[in-house]
Design a binder for this molecule. Structure first.
Ligand code: LRY
Length: 222
């Protein structure tokens, strides 16, 4: 049974810009979301209630809401039930949250956080994991689906390529939908993720971050 509001093969575009990026803010992100949907995206992933609300007003596709709070070196993607409630009240249809094995900021367990979101907010939970082990634990804790979002971000330096092997391993081992996310840069990358068993693919930087894309080009021209 599909727990996510996306048909198989969906492209979900992540529209996020951190402070310091000239596109930071609800207006640029809602325009990015509209462009993505006009281009055929089936969903949007967005950060924080302000951006989620602005995007909700602009597009009708299901939104995966996250709320980055705290220190990026630890659990910071929707770390608390309050942060989940904020993005759902702003219009998110799915909550994505940190599903790694790292300690959570307020002492809650992943299972109690997911249980509360299901009971109080009534939306599916997508666990952003970094390994097969964390994905299995997240699924046991009640996650409706898992995403490879945090692979490569929890120990040491960040790789260049997407973790397609993790997508294949999760698709083979889990009884839920697997979302491929993290460092998907090209059409060949997203095709490979679907071929490896992904239900959907999330692409962020390569579509919605011209600052980063420009840097890639400039670097290659040195
Ligand atoms: C690790 C982390 O914090 N990932 C975040 C999760 O929401 C975003 O910063 C990413 O842009 C998103 O996952 C999409 O990935 P990419 O931008 O590589 O296509």
């Amino acid at each position: 049974m599909s727990r996510l509001p996306y048909a198989a093969g969906a492209l979900i575009v992540s529209c996020q810009a951190r402070p310091g990026n000239p596109l930071h803010g609800p207006e640029p992100m809602s325009l990015m979301a509209k462009a993505a949907v006009d281009g055929g995206a089936s969903g949007i992933r967005a950060n924080g209630p302000v951006d989620v609300a602005a995007i909700r007003a602009e597009v009708s596709v299901p939104i995966i809401g996250i709320y980055k709070v705290g220190d990026p070196s630890g659990v910071f993607i929707t770390p608390t039930v309050e942060s989940a409630a904020d993005v759902v009240r702003a219009g998110a249809d799915v909550v994505a949250l940190d599903g790694t094995l790292r300690p959570r900021p307020n002492g809650h367990t992943l299972a109690t956080q997911i249980e509360w979101i299901h009971a109080e907010l009534g939306v599916p939970v997508l666990a952003d994991v970094d390994s097969v082990e964390s994905a299995l634990v997240a699924r046991d804790a009640g996650a409706d689906a898992v995403a490879t979002t945090l692979s490569g971000y929890t120990n040491g330096s960040v790789p260049t390529d997407p973790d397609i092997r993790l997508v294949a391993d999760l698709a083979a081992k889990l009884d839920c939908e697997v979302v491929a996310e993290g460092r998907y840069r090209t059409a060949a990358d997203v095709r490979a993720a679907l071929d490896a068993g992904a239900h959907a693919v999330v692409v962020g930087t390569a579509i919605t971050n011209p600052l980063a894309i420009t840097r890639w080009m400039v670097e290659a021209m040195r």
